[in-house]
Design a binder for this molecule. Structure first.
Ligand code: SF4
Length: 511
């Protein structure tokens, strides 16, 4: 609903004779999705939530928009019935630490000057003027950055594998095939700050020795693709992409490839097959992409959030970056908060923040005053965690030990009315539908598991079903070819571990 309001706002500013002093900037997502459309008055950081067309005249009439001191705020938050206030007074913003989302909701993503005014492209300038590719690689290694796409593999180490492979041609790829239900971090970064991804890739290409890159973005994200294409064109015109970048001998070209929406194309080898024009199916590794990737050439793949961290690390140094996060998981992580939480939206917090802080302080607790029951972390490959794990610090290793995973960062919150067997069935159904069918354990196994779960939720479960489910789950995990199959049973295993009584109730009470 924001776009029509922008037009009305511009008209009203003109009508009140303020067009010389006040400008309207259309930005990307501010993250406060629950309260949209939002409007922020800068430089005071005054936030208006759920703005309607009818509010516009009143907002423009206030002193605050003319840059004067705020004495009165006339708008009332429709949920809390409190006056709308400073962004810094709102837990949703004040408890976050934004590195990757630093520009989202602040700059106009369609203007390269908005990006450069906030130190954009300073990272690549520093790399090209002051550092060798090896030094850039070392800096990223020292930062402790781990891949934000799910597996959490150390980024600098991954780059090193590709750099070490001798070849006349190397590629780098940005994986923007975000497909988890409830996840929209990558979309928001591409829509709201596309230049940060381009700059991250430039720095990576320089360190690795690649001269061409692809952003593989799902076609369901048309605005992300549009903003990216505009940003690439502007970067080319400004001399950040192309030959002899910033007067150096470094050349780099960037292409956008729209994927057709298959979840499995988020897997590296399937993604590359898709770019090559083949059916998007994973293949056996080795060879790993760093040795033989796109069109048989050494290739490095990172996701949107990982690339977007890189300019900040180069600009501010690895030491600065390591102050955020835990010993083994450095930096921040973006989470998409969805489900039965009051503040659905996009949040960025230091690694090691507890689930309780994310869900109750930033997310403002459960809708309708209901009781928290569980949180699904990591989408269909992750797991559900119960209430007694709310004080768990969110980092790669802690979550894996608990039977979940950071994954791409989707957090789906469930309240006391949610049936956990239904949830397991929902996520398994997703994996079953998205299975590419190449290997038997995943193709057949997920279907058989789904049949059992469906039977249980209909009150037709049998005593032996839970053992069969567990056996199937471990077999599929051990024997599937790619991550989709290997992690498809995770929601079932986690719910069986923490909510077994709900399965038993379905079976014994026949409902
Ligand atoms: Fe395809 Fe599933 Fe096998 Fe992966 S595990 S290759 S998605 S059938």
């Amino acid at each position: 609903g924001a776009l029509p309001i922008i037009d009305i706002l511009k008209e009203e500013i003109k009508r009140q004779g303020l067009e010389e002093t006040v400008s309207v900037v259309g930005t990307g997502c501010q993250g406060f999705c629950e309260k949209g459309p939002t409007l922020v008055i800068e430089p005071q950081h005054i936030l208006y939530t759920r703005v309607t067309k009818e509010d516009v005249e009143e907002i423009v009439s206030q002193e605050l928009i003319k840059g004067e001191r705020v004495e009165r705020l006339l708008l009332i938050d429709q949920t809390t019935q409190k006056p709308v206030s400073l962004m810094s007074d709102i837990n949703f913003f004040s408890k976050q630490h934004r590195i990757v989302l630093h520009n989202c909701g602040v700059i106009d993503p369609q203007k390269i000057t908005d990006y450069t005014e906030r130190d954009g492209y300073k990272g690549i300038q520093k790399a090209l003027k002051e550092m060798s590719p090896e030094e850039v690689m070392e800096e990223v290694k020292k930062s402790g950055l781990r891949g934000r796409g799910g597996a959490g593999f150390p980024t600098g180490l991954k780059w090193g594998f590709c750099r070490q492979t001798p070849s006349d041609k190397k590629y780098i790829i940005c994986n923007a095939d975000e497909g988890d239900p409830g996840a929209f971090m990558d979309r928001s970064v591409l829509e709201g700050d596309p230049h940060s991804v381009i700059e991250g890739m430039l720095i990576g290409a320089y360190a690795i020795g690649a001269d061409e890159g692809y952003v593989y973005c799902r076609a369901e994200y048309p605005l992300a693709i549009k903003h990216l294409e505009i940003a690439i064109k502007q970067a080319e015109e400004a001399g950040y992409l192309g030959d002899n970048i910033l007067g150096s001998s470094f050349n780099f070209r960037l292409n956008v490839f729209a994927g057709a929406g298959a979840f499995v194309c988020g897997e590296e080898t399937a993604l590359m097959a898709s770019i090559e024009g083949k059916r998007g199916m994973p293949r056996v590794r080795p060879p790993f992409p760093a040795v033989s990737g796109l069109w048989g050439k050494p290739t490095n793949i990172n996701n949107v959030e990982t690339w977007s961290n890189i300019p900040h690390i180069l600009r501010n140094g690895a030491e600065w970056y390591t102050q955020f996060g835990t010993e083994k998981s450095k930096g921040t992580k973006i989470f998409a908060l969805t489900g039965k939480v009051n503040n659905t939206g996009l949040v960025e917090v230091p690694m090691g923040t507890t689930l309780r802080e994310i869900i109750f302080d930033i997310g403002d607790g459960i809708q309708g005053g209901k009781k928290f029951k569980a949180v699904q972390i990591g989408g269909p490959s992750g797991g559900c965690l119960p209430e007694d794990m709310l004080d768990l610090a969110v980092d790669y290793d802690t979550l894996t030990q608990a039977g979940a995973m950071v994954g791409s960062g989707g957090l789906v919150i469930m309240d006391e009315t949610t049936c956990m067997v239904d949830i397991a069935r929902y996520f398994l159904n997703f994996s079953k539908k998205e299975s590419c069918g190449k290997c038997t354990p995943c193709r057949e196994g997920t279907t058989r598991m789904y049949e059992i779960l469906d039977r249980i939720t209909k009150g037709e479960g049998k005593e032996e079903d839970l053992d069969t489910l567990e056996n199937l789950a471990y077999t599929i995990k051990e024997t599937s070819l790619c991550g989709l199959g290997q992690f498809a049973p995770s929601p079932i295993l986690a719910t069986l571990k923490y909510f077994r009584h709900e399965y038993e109730a379905h079976i014994h009470d026949h409902k």
